[in-house]
Design a protein. Structure first.
Length: 143
């Protein structure tokens, strides 16, 4: 990127632009960027809050944001946090594809198996506990 061109475009947009998604996309298009990264820092005592937003200028992928709190902030800790957040934001945005499953790893195979087992157990209990007659074979009466 051309730093002077970027600085001119940013100053023309004004300071409130970093909160406005449409404004940030417009700024990115002006400088020929695919993505715009906005980093904000807030410090309270020795604690630092870092927020990084990555905005897709074309509007297709939208926006991603990461935030991290660093207690007892030092230079190496801040650099490590920024590096980790950058790696996370740099990953592809599309959801990971589902892995290829073998036939016996599919949920519906196990559901069908459970239905078969339950049916077989029910049939076995019904057959074992009754012979299909409603009247007993022998009737015993007291004298």
């Amino acid at each position: 990127m051309d730093p002077p061109r970027t600085a001119r475009a940013a100053s023309a947009q004004g300071e409130s632009c970093e909160e406005d998604l449409a404004c940030m996309r417009s700024l990115g298009r002006q400088v020929g960027a695919d993505m715009v990264v906005v980093t904000r820092l807030a410090e309270l005592g020795g604690t630092l809050v870092i927020e990084v937003r990555m905005i897709d200028v074309r509007g297709g992928s939208g926006e991603q944001a990461r935030q991290q709190v660093i207690r007892e902030a030092t230079g190496p800790r801040i650099a490590g946090a920024l590096e980790g957040m950058g790696r996370e934001l740099g990953r592809p945005w599309a959801p990971a594809p589902e892995p290829d499953l073998r036939w016996y790893e599919r949920w519906w195979v196990w559901a069908a198996g459970a239905v078969v087992v339950a049916g077989a157990a029910t049939a076995t209990i019904v057959i074992a506990t009754g012979d299909g007659q409603t009247e007993p074979d022998i009737i015993v009466r007291p004298p």
